[in-house]
Design a protein around this ligand. Structure first.
Ligand code: HEM
Length: 441
């Protein structure tokens, strides 16, 4: 799909009108228009869907209006610096498990499907920090959570796709909604897992400090203060639903980005050597520690991660629905009910924003050069108040994983290395596998 968008942008320029059946959609990578919609006039563009869904599937990414506001406000503290710092110790342990797994596998066969490797890493990370449980993803490829994660994620992709296809029908016949579920079984399974763990914790008086603990606090708040902001706008079902989306949104995106980063580093051994040298120097300065503090000093590693997110953004598009007629630029009025699309891949590959866009050049993101990047042209995590809530979590998680990996392994291409993106995915730059050769240092 990103290829289609690239062709259209070449033909029509940075802004054009596309059609979904008979409904017009404004499609733009113009940073001024993006600012106008996602920031200046955000109150008229808070929503992602333009039809109602039941509370059990109203996750932060699908919620709209007041429900979204209240959810976002109350979920944000989970990602404060203090909370993130607390989560890093288990993540560091999981990265160690990943290295142990490689130490066990690579003597048999150094060609590793890094997509699968990082899916296990990301799954274990989310399941321990969100659900407080071990999924045993490295050793157990049949892990229940891994299965629901993969199925749920393809469904998550599908529900976005289904949303586009059913949009028109649902608009005209809202009654259809009682018959159609856009959210397949895996979603409900994750809802049940969340509900069961919360119940178990309540019954056994287990106290933790993870995402689920925050959800439990909110459910308590509804009971204690039914007329407060949370009680008036949310139900227990709304809150429980958030367990699933944190799991689904954080799993595949992070795994995809980590795998393509390793691919870029394998293609550019000189960049890989440079980033390894930085990691080793910082680790020496921090008495051998790779942790929350030390990874903050790895500026070149951060630049490599950002440059990889530019070249291969896991999400290729983000969208907003207009809820009130709004003039977003002189003479350009977006009507209520119209959707505005912001292609990410197309913006990241536009030579006007990023010269020589097909070249992997982490220097673009070094602190001294970052000012040359125009705000809202680089949007791997979206933009405005509705940007990705897991951004900081994902960045630190990726830094930790890559820092640990590069101190133990040299990443090379293998004759089996091939990066081929799935065709037709409207929102994601997904690919089935990515094999790289991992040589112990
Ligand atoms: C490399 C990793 C990731 C990428 C590239 C990514 C990308 C995105 C993008 C493009 C959006 C749409 C933002 C917009 O509409 O402006 C989004 C939303 C979201 N992401 Fe992420 N994400 C990543 C990791 C995570 C993680 C780790 C979590 C959770 C732990 C997460 C949770 C969410 C949620 C809940 C939303 C909806 C936010 C809202 O509508 O308020 N993401 N993400």
């Amino acid at each position: 799909m990103h290829e289609v968008q690239m062709d259209k942008m070449k033909k029509f320029g940075k802004t054009y009108v596309g059609y979904e059946y008979v409904q017009p959609i404004l499609i733009t990578i113009d940073p001024d228009l993006i600012k106008s919609v996602t920031i200046t006039h955000f109150e008229n563009f808070t929503d992602i869907l333009n039809f109602k869904i039941e509370p059990k599937v109203t996750t932060l990414d699908t919620a709209g209006g007041t429900v979204w506001h209240v959810l976002r406000k109350n979920m944000s503290p989970t990602f404060s610096s203090g909370k993130l710092k607390g989560m890093m110790e288990p993540i560091s342990e999981i990265a160690n498990e990943m290295i142990e797994y490689l130490n066990q596998e690579t003597p048999k066969n150094p060609d590793i499907d890094v997509k699968q490797l990082f899916q296990s890493f990301a799954l274990e990370t989310i399941s321990q920090s969100a659900f407080g449980i071990k999924s045993d993803a490295f050793q157990n490829k049949e892990s229940e959570l891994l299965k629901h994660g993969r199925e749920g994620f393809s469904s998550f992709v599908m529900h976005n796709f289904a949303e586009s296809l059913l949009n028109l029908a649902l608009n005209q016949f809202p009654g259809l909604l009682s018959y159609i579920s856009l959210f397949p079984a895996a979603y409900y399974k994750l809802y049940d897992i969340t509900a069961n763990i919360m119940k178990q914790r309540l019954d056994q008086g287990i106290k933790k400090k993870d995402f689920l603990a925050r959800l439990q606090e909110l459910i308590e708040e509804i009971k204690e203060n039914p007329n407060g902001e949370v009680g008036k706008n949310l139900t227990d079902e709304h809150i429980t639903a958030q367990g699933a989306i944190f799991f689904l949104a954080g799993f595949e995106t992070t795994a995809n980005a980590l795998a393509t980063l390793c691919y870029n580093l394998a293609q550019h051994p000189e960049i890989q050597d440079k980033v390894r040298e930085e990691i080793n120097n910082v680790v020496d300065e921090f008495d051998g520690r790779i942790d929350y503090e030390s990874v903050q000093s790895m500026k070149y590693l951060e630049a490599c991660i950002q440059e990889n997110l530019r070249m291969y953004p896991p999400a290729t598009l983000h969208i907003r629905q207009c809820t009130k007629d709004t003039e977003i630029a002189p003479g350009l009025v977006i009507k209520k009910g119209m959707r505005v699309d912001f292609p990410i891949y197309t913006s990241h590959h536009n030579p006007e924003f990023f010269p020589e866009p097909e070249t992997f050049n982490p220097d673009r993101f070094l602190p001294e050069n970052e000012k040359t990047i125009k705000p809202l042209t680089f949007r791997p995590f979206g933009g405005g108040p509705r940007f990705c809530i897991g951004q900081r979590f994902a960045l630190i998680e990726m830094k930790l994983a890559v820092a640990k990996l590069l101190t133990s392994y040299q990443i090379n291409t293998s004759p089996k290395t091939k990066l081929e993106f799935d065709k037709g995915s409207p929102f994601l730059l997904s690919y089935p596998e990515l094999v790289l050769r991992m040589n112990i240092i």
